[in-house]
Design a protein around this ligand. Structure first.
Ligand SMILES: C[S@@+](CC[C@H](N)C(=O)[O-])C[C@H]1O[C@@H](n2cnc3c(N)ncnc32)[C@H](O)[C@@H]1O
Length: 268
């Protein structure tokens, strides 16, 4: 490894050396917990984890965050026209993991913008790298808690769709309160979705799938796209995700749910 700070290895070195307190992990990259969510006493749907960032991911974070990254600081309403540089429809994906499926969906539908949010730094670097490598101009990557993004930074009726693929299943009963798909979350998400926008969830954890179907089926702001009120056939446009593959290897059954945001009361 070279000791010059200008070599391709430099970001990896920067990622691994011990940083001074408060020093950002990547120059111009995502800021740690920018919304200061530690100050908010709320049950979270994710477990903070310290994962290794590869040299390639660190390089992508350093180079591309200023162009395609969004820190969830809870301080302003995001202007999608400004963020994406066009007025195309915007779909929010919560919890993209390593982002392979996100990149595939962005490539398959370049006229749809994808705002992809996760707290997982290696995944953010991975997705930025994939977007760069494949020339995907319709992806933006947000760092932080999707709840704060939805609540503080997205305008009402601004989203054309919401995707939640293989959210953490939190299988233990005492952790069920951490599951993302709950009534309170759906009520918040509904306010940010345009009438008619699609909420697409998928999970390989059957008890969670049943919970999703129940809570979505009972929610007044959503209606099932399936006339029989059941799970949806897997749509062709959803690629196999990394967590889905792991679930299938374990023999899990995958369920998709496709719901629509119902029109507002005054539009019915
Ligand atoms: C089980 S993984 C699934 C990843 C990917 N969708 C897949 O199928 O491979 C769930 C992801 O959701 C993220 N996540 C959970 N709660 C979140 C939240 N409130 N805001 C942002 N990301 C969240 C986690 O960090 C994790 O990367």
């Amino acid at each position: 490894m070279s000791d010059s700070p200008n070599t391709p290895d430099a970001p990896a070195e920067a990622a691994q050396r011990i940083r001074a307190k408060g020093e950002p992990r990547f120059p111009d990259g995502p800021k740690p917990d920018p919304a200061g969510s530690h100050f908010e006493r709320r049950i979270r749907s994710f477990q903070p984890r310290r994962s290794r960032v590869t040299a390639g991911q660190a390089d992508a974070l350093t180079r591309l965050w200023p162009k395609w990254g969004l820190d969830i600081d809870g301080q302003r309403i995001v202007d999608f026209g400004e963020l994406f540089g066009n007025d195309n429809p915007v779909v929010l994906e919560i919890g993209f993991g390593m982002g392979e499926a996100t990149a595939q969906m962005a490539a398959a539908d370049p006229a749809t913008n994808i705002l992809a949010v996760d707290v997982h730094t290696p995944g953010q670097g991975n997705l930025l790298g994939l977007a760069d490598h494949h020339g995907l101009a319709n992806i933006r990557v947000a760092n932080g808690d999707a709840i704060i993004l939805l609540r503080e930074m997205l305008a009402p009726d601004s989203l054309d769709g919401l995707r939640v693929y293989f959210p953490d299943p939190w299988p233990k009963k005492r952790h069920h309160k951490r599951r993302l798909i709950q009534e309170e979350f759906l009520t918040l998400a509904a306010t940010r979705l345009k009438p008619g926008a699609t909420l697409h969830c998928a999970t390989d954890w059957e008890p969670y799938a049943e919970q999703m179907l129940e809570v979505l089926g009972a929610h007044p702001d959503f209606e099932n796209s399936q006339p029989d009120g059941d799970f949806a056939p897997r749509p062709d446009f959803r690629p196999l995700t990394r967590f889905e593959g792991q679930g299938l290897d374990k023999g899990h059954v995958v369920n998709d749910l496709l719901f629509r945001r119902v029109p507002h009361d005054d539009q019915r």
